[in-house]
Design a protein. Structure first.
Ligand SMILES: [Zn+2]
Length: 142
């Protein structure tokens, strides 16, 4: 029996590549970390072994603010699988963190119609299983 069946979580879980482990562990600790390049000073996401800006391999995991803005957004009306049938309509957004990296996520905690590009959001941690925590976002100040 895997973790998802023990907790009743039925949606797909992320496939965790070795270079992504520190990211997922930081979410589990509710303190998101992203890779920061020690050579060019830029933040990098998705996790990788080499900086996409300057090709340095000196990437350090550092905590981020968890604050950002919605860069792009859409509403999912049709469940992509039966596991999502209870959730529609739900939001899918591309959030740009204050650090400049963008991540695909869900904005929760407000009506989907109220979610707009440019809206300020803060990370919230969704512990979906004992081992997996997902980063979702909520409108700032809500
Ligand atoms: Zn770099």
């Amino acid at each position: 029996m895997d973790a998802s069946s023990e907790t009743g979580y039925r949606k797909p879980l992320p496939e965790m590549e070795p270079e992504e482990k520190p990211f997922w562990e930081s979410l589990r600790q509710h303190r998101m970390k992203i890779q920061h390049c020690e050579d060019c000073g830029k933040w990098c996401f998705l996790p990788r072994t080499m900086c996409p800006h300057c090709l340095s391999t000196k990437l350090e995991w550092k905590p981020v603010s968890g604050r950002g803005r919605i860069f792009a957004t859409t509403t999912q009306h049709h469940p992509p699988s039966p596991a999502f049938a209870q959730d529609v309509p739900y939001n899918i957004s591309l959030v740009e963190l204050d650090e400049g990296v963008r991540m695909i996520t869900n904005v929760i905690g407000c009506p989907v119609e109220s979610i707009k590009i440019g809206m300020a959001v803060n990370v919230v941690y969704d512990d979906v299983t004992e081992d997996v925590t997902l980063a979702k976002f909520r409108p700032a100040g809500v």
